[in-house]
Structure formats: C-alpha cells, structure tokens
Ligand binder design. Structure first.
Ligand code: UZR
Ligand code: MG
Length: 218
C-alpha cells in the first residue's frame, strides 16, 4: 500500500538558503508539512569531550546517522510518527530529549547532504538543490554561527577553510546531479512561488487517507 505523502529533499551548501526555501515553499500549507532537518541526524558524539567534538568533521557524509534517517523517513512515509532526535549546535551534541513528529501531506528533508544517499533519494519525490555563490554563503554562515549559534569568528573561519569548503566541493556540490530542480539563490521568488504551488497541489491526499484509515480502525 502506498501512503500519499509527497517527499521533498532540499540540498545545497551551508548558508545557501535551504531552510528559507523549505519554509517559504511550505508557508501556505500550514500544518500539512513535516520538517526533517538533516542536522538532527548527526551521529551521537556524547562519548567524546567538547574539545574533540568541536574538532569533528561535520561536513563529511560519515558525520550522519543514515540508518536512523532512512528508518524515520520510511516510518513517516508509511504514516507512522517518529521520535526525532534534536541537535544542539553550540554543544555539538545530540540532545537527550527526542520530539514526536507526525507524518503529514508533505515531508521536507533539508540539509547539506539531503541528496547524497541513494536510498534516501529513492524515497524522495522531488529533489531540489539550492545553489548560491560561496562568498554569499560564507558571509551568511559567519552571521549565523557567531550571532545565533554562539561561536567565535576565528573558529568559524578556521573550520570553513579546513573542512566546510573542501567537503562542500567533494561531497555536497556533486549531489547537484541528483537534483530535479536547481534553484539559483535561496530567496529566488519565482522558483519559490512555482514550488509553493506544487506543494499546495500535493496536499490533501494524505489527510484523506489518514481519515479513511482512522475510520477503518473503528
Ligand atoms: P546548514 N555544524 C557545526 O558547525 N557544528 C556542529 O556541531 C554540527 C554541524 C555545521 C556543519 C555544516 N559544519 O557545515 C553545517 N561544520 O553545520 C550544516 N563545520 O548546517 O545546512 O544549516 O548550513
Ligand atoms: Mg539551514
């Protein structure tokens, strides 16, 4: 049996505007969207010290717990809720508490490597890559990490050159070939509006299915 959820993946470099695109294209469908931030699926590094964690490479595919992500996507796409891990960026740590996330009409997986894993790609109905110039991305990244994620400028710069940039070139950028659609610049309103319409058109089917299922269980 297929569950009529529509699954979208949004990939692109750090600071490309993935989160903005995800938010904007699902703005008009209210509660009918389930967000799956790939960041929540960073491996649990609680056995390491803060210093060791601060030095880890978070831009390599091995930094993520793909098995858990795949099983959660699988559950959501079969109409089941998941206990989603949460991530604390200032501690570089998965939080102790998980959050119950319910499946809805539209599932949006968003993250630098959202289009990396072949089996994940198979689960997605629409593959989007947000392409933004590297200079714009690093400026946004500095802004966000220093102001919102409580990091030191020097550390952000060091990390960008040592891991973020090389990993982007080696692993993130090549996933562009897995995209159905490439959006130039995160805040591209024409692309966003077109996708917004597509998302809108995909909503409704899951809610109907869920209502029927609930009735059948009575
Ligand atoms: P987005 N990241 C951290 O800086 N610290 C962590 O503990 C975990 C992740 C960064 C990661 C990547 N890399 O570039 C970015 N580094 O978060 C991905 N270094 O997040 O897609 O929102 O830019
Ligand atoms: Mg983001």
């Amino acid at each position: 049996m297929t569950i009529p959820s529509f699954a979208i993946g949004i990939a692109g470099g750090t600071g490309a505007g993935k989160t903005t695109v995800a938010r904007e294209i699902t703005e008009n469908v209210g509660e009918a969207v389930t967000r799956v931030p790939l960041d929540n699926y960073y491996e649990d590094l609680s056995h390491m010290s803060f210093e060791e964690r601060a030095d880890a490479n978070y831009d390599h595919p091995d930094a993520f717990e793909w098995d858990l992500l795949r099983s959660h996507l699988d559950s959501l796409l079969s109409g089941q809720a998941v206990e989603m891990p949460q991530y604390d960026f200032s501690e570089h740590l998965r939080q102790d508490e998980r959050v119950t996330v319910e499946p809805t009409d539209v599932i949006v997986l968003e993250g630098i490597l959202a289009l990396y894993d072949e089996r994940v790609n198979d689960m997605l109905d629409l593959h989007i890559y947000v392409e933004t110039d590297a200079d714009v991305r690093i400026l946004r990244r500095i802004d966000r990490d220093v102001l919102e994620r409580g990091r030191e400028l020097e550390g952000v710069m060091e990390q960008y050159l040592s891991t973020v940039k090389p990993m982007h070139e080696q692993f993130v950028e090549p996933t562009k070939k897995n995209a159905d659609i490439i959006i130039p610049e995160g805040a591209n309103s024409v692309a966003v509006n077109l996708l917004e319409e597509k998302v809108q058109a995909e909503t409704g089917a899951f809610a109907e299915w869920a209502a029927r299922e609930a009735e059948n269980q009575l």
